[in-house]
Structure formats: C-alpha cells, structure tokens
Design a protein around this ligand. Sequence first.
Ligand SMILES: Nc1nc2c(c(=O)[nH]1)N[C@H]1C(S)=C(S)[C@@H](COP(=O)(O)OP(=O)(O)OC[C@H]3O[C@@H](n4cnc5c(N)ncnc54)[C@H](O)[C@@H]3O)O[C@H]1N2
Ligand code: MOO
Length: 431
Amino acid sequence: MITVEDQLAHVLAGLEPLTTETLPLAAALGRTLAHDVLSTSDIPVFDNSAMDGYAVRHGDVVHASPDHPVTLRVVADLPAGSPEDPPLAPGTAARIMTGAPVPADADAIVPVEHTDADLTHSGSTHPGAANPGTAHVTITTAPRPAAHIRRAGEDLHAGDVVLTAGSVLSSRHLSSAAAAGHPTLPVHRSPRVAVIATGSELVPPGQPLGRGQIPESNSTLLAALVTEAGGTVERAVTVPDDDDALRAELASVVSAGVDLVVLSGGVSVGAYDVTKAVLAPLGTVDFVSVAMQPGKPQAFGHLPGGTPVFGLPGNPVSACVSFEVFVRPALSRLLGRTQLFRRMLTAQVSEGWRTPLGRAQYMPVVLDDGPDGPDGPATRPGQLWVRPATRGGSGSHLVGGLGAAEGFAVVPADVTEVRQGDMIDVMLVGL
Ligand SMILES: Nc1nc2c(c(=O)[nH]1)N[C@H]1C(S)=C(S)[C@@H](COP(=O)(O)OP(=O)(O)OC[C@H]3O[C@@H](n4cnc5c(N)ncnc54)[C@H](O)[C@@H]3O)O[C@H]1N2
Ligand code: MOO
C-alpha cells in the first residue's frame, strides 16, 4: 500500500492550471484569479467626508463648546459627487455630505449633530435643485484636527495589489475589484468534468428496485462535489458493468474535450470491475492500494490523448472521501488556486471509535456540544466537539448517514482507537 501523501503527490505532479480568460465581474464569481490585480487609483480616491455636516477650518472652531458656540458663514453646499473645491476664508464653512470631496482649505468636519443645523432632505443633487441650507451654522462642539476626513489612499494606493493571483473570487473580492477600477478580471478556465458511475446494479433514484438493485447516488454526489469545487459538469452518466459500454462513453467524453474524467466503481478486484478491465490495459492509468479507510482502491492516470482520469472506489463514502482527498486538490490545481485543500481544524472527541491500524482513517463527523452538553464542566467557550456522523461508524457503504457529515476526522495510520476527550484533526466540509 502507498501513503495518501505519495498518491496525492503523484496526482498533482502532472497537473497544471488551465488557460485564462477575461470575464465581467459578475461572471467571475467563484473563479480563480489568474494574475495579481493592481488598484488603478487610490482608495479612497480623494479626501472625503465621513459625516454629513460642515467642512471647517479647525482653527476657527477649536474652542467651540455648548457654552461658547462659534457661528460660521456657510459659503458652499457639497453633496457627494460635487466637483467643487470652494475656497474657505477664515470664519466660513461648507455644508458637506458623506463621500463629498473635502475642500482643500478645510481641515476638519463637524457632524451636523454638533451644530444647530437641520439637514432637511433635498430632492436632487442637481445644481440648482440642491438646498443650500442655512446661511450660517453654529458649531457647539470642537472637532479634533482632521476629524471625520477619510484620506485618499488610506486603504490602498494606486498601483498596490488589491487581489492576489490564486484567490477564489468571492462577492467581497468582486467589490474590491470594482472599487479598484476593474470592470473585468483575468481568471482561469473552469475545468469541464465528466462524471461516469459504473455498475449494473444501479438504477436512477426513485425508480422501483428489483432484487439486487440500488438507487444510483455517486453520479449525483460527484457532480455536486465538482460544482462545489469550482468545476463545470460536462455530463454525469451511469454505465453498466460492460467493457464496451464504458469504452464508448470514455471515447465520447474525450471527443467532447473534457479536462477531467471522474469514474466511480469497478476499481477493485471483482470479476466485473469494468473500470479496471478497460483502463488497466492502457498502461497509462495506475491502480493502487492507498493506506486509507475508506478509499483504499484508487486509480489515476491519463486516457489516450492525455485527459486525466480518476477511478474512485464505488462505495459511496469511499467515493466522497476519495474526492476530498485527491480530486478536489487536483481540480484546485487546474483552477489555478493557491489553496488546494479544505480547511482543517482541531476538535475534541465526544464519542470515541475504533480505527484500522496501518490506514489513515477519514471518519464522517458532526459537531456537537460535548459529552456533558453545552453547559457541562468539560465545555469551554470556543471548544469544538465532534462525534461520528453515522450510527454504524466508519463503514464505506453508510451513505444514509453521510448527509449529516459536517467534516471528516482524520485519524493517523498508527492509531487504533480514538477516545473520548482526544484532540483530532477535522477536515471541514460543511459550509
Ligand atoms: N476481495 C476484495 N474485495 C474488495 C476489496 C478488496 O481489497 N478485496 N476492497 C473493498 C473496498 S475497500 C472497496 S472501497 C470496494 C471498491 O470496489 P469498487 O470500486 O470495485 O466498487 P464496486 O464494486 O463497483 O462497488 C462497491 C459498492 O458500492 C456500490 N456502488 C457502486 N457504485 C455506486 C453508485 N454509483 N451509487 C451507489 N452505490 C454504488 C456498489 O453497489 C457496491 O455495494 O471493493 C471492496 N471489495
Ligand atoms: O477502502 Mo474501502 O473504500 O474501505 O470501502
């Protein structure tokens, strides 16, 4: 048996990020940034007001207080978007709204709450429609120097990196890109993936089951995992345990130009293990036993023409774990991501279990409140507890309980028992 780490290194060795394309911001959501992106301007773009109020000369109002208010003449009205830079002589102020450029002569903003003014609503900022406000304003509280002025470039300077290559673009990244003046972003192409489930016992979910038949679930699982991981499902199909049927399907997906093929089932030593029967003779797909549970039998290699192909074990929990351990990092590499793996955290075990010696175990787990409940003596703030997600434990066929899993606890190969209270690494898979 080879280790998980060696098999993963073998898988990743031959994979390079796909080519890049330029997409409008909304279409780039979930894609991976291909190059660092620089801000085209300072952020903020210019010195602007953080408050609705009055732009003043600090020296005019430094002693203002409720007992000694200071009255200034209002010489301008500056809504957000105003291009004006009115001169402010001593003793004058400009009415200013949040986001409007601060006049060059002003060095503090007094919020309207610290004045006698009342900012009644004006229907439009259009010149002429704007309400000029009062002719005078009385300041009742002295501002600090530079109070409520948001400085140009205090967030980023023009030319600074705003987004780094390899980032998976979220709503927040897209907002930063827009603010930095980019209507489009360079991203890696999303890998087009074909999912092929093999097995003559499989029928579509919901159809009546004859003896020996089960609902097919791996194509649904794997297609959804591909989509969640940022790939594009080209097709998700089921073929029977028939060599010619699988050969025909593989030829079809290769000619469709997919970037990756993910097969489930038929990788073990059974008489009808179609995946092995069709792919092993090619000499370009390796069938190996990996020291993990579930997920021991694994296949990875290339189809004629070079398309990478995974053969995952058919047991549903094995297929899921195999995807997380090998296929997700591979897809992340094709996507150009810098973060190839799920996030790991450390949690404490609230219900122990036995594990096989010599194989790293991936146990589906759920988060819980610990053995004593949320207020128990062993529970500390921020402490995470986990227990097996399925009543039956780690069986690779226990697909019913898989739905509840929020993570996979990763138990090292040399451990035979996980005990209550142990600290354990958990790969988070829930959102
Ligand atoms: N003599 C041995 N037998 C087995 C070994 C072994 O080392 N020696 N390894 C076992 C392990 S571990 C695994 S894992 C499985 C892997 O087998 P295959 O990849 O060949 O998978 P199948 O035999 O096709 O199916 C296994 C199991 O999963 C069900 N299945 C398959 N596909 C689906 C699907 N799309 N949806 C739902 N369920 C599916 C299938 O009905 C079987 O019950 O081999 C062990 N055997
Ligand atoms: O290695 Mo298998 O995946 O335990 O069922």
